[in-house]
Design a protein around this ligand. Sequence first.
Ligand code: AVJ
Length: 322
Amino acid sequence: MSAPTLEVHIAPEQLTAALRADAARGLTSSPKSLPPKWFYDARGSELFERIMRLPEYYPTRTERALLEAYAGEIAGIASPQILVELGSGSSEKTALLLREMGARGTLERYVPQDVSESALRDAARRIAAEFPQIGVHGVVGDFTESLHHLPAGGRRMIALLGGTLGNLVPDERREFLAGIAGVLEPGDYLLLGVALVTDPAVLVPAYDDAAGVTAQFNLNVLSVLNKQLGADFDLERFRHVALWDPVNEWIEMRLEATTEMAVQVTDLGLEVSFEHGEQLRTEISAKFREDGIRAELAAAGFADAQTWTDADDRFALVCARR
Ligand code: AVJ
């Protein structure tokens, strides 16, 4: 068995520089916002693992059931030699795909990519141990910026699971999908896991659970700013908000100031004032329609999109050929 290799594309200093730039821009714009990728420090990743096990958070187990049912079919369609997974996290559900692809004997390499180096290290080690015949090569980086580092030589599949695509606004999504189409060769495949538009009575609790884990996850981004940028956000003075935007068809998470206050962000030399009730947007999580995502894929240059959905039409796996 070959040991997994890990390639680091973003140094910690670069990561901090990116956080500074995002915080400076987001906290001085109106309305205020922060990009969701900063949720995932060690504690944030741990909270996200807990979210995935919540009774209200159906996407993870729905996607897992779809992979359990259809990974064989997907492996048969694409039969890649290289599987690249963007935003791989714990790679837990991917093992279902690797098993099927490994069984067909075509898969040579698995390339997981994630911003969290610790999550990536653990996942790469686990996968390498479970699949000794597959080379595992982890890439630390931002999924929207990792495309230039794609391995060449062989039929490839790029997977973006878990509904991660939903974190991008439509313009970003268009650019991202076109970018993927641009780096793939004809005959390569893209596999997406996307959450579908469903009843708000199901959607909203998935982002506002009774145990308050999602609230902690949302508030954690303020701890990240406190730790990384010397800010003094008082987490007790913000309230978790999750709402369904029926026009954009996305869930929006926000943090609402429960009092008027001024926050110092020392490393940016910035004072940020909040009005009572002011909301800071921390995430959008877009939900898709089958025809909509097919149209987006076709516009980006993909063909023959096939979709698999659960009985309640809450989640879809979409596999399309470049
Ligand atoms: C990892 C982006 C897919 O949008 O459902 C879970 C993140 N945020 N609960 C999602 C998340 C709040 C998750 N994604």
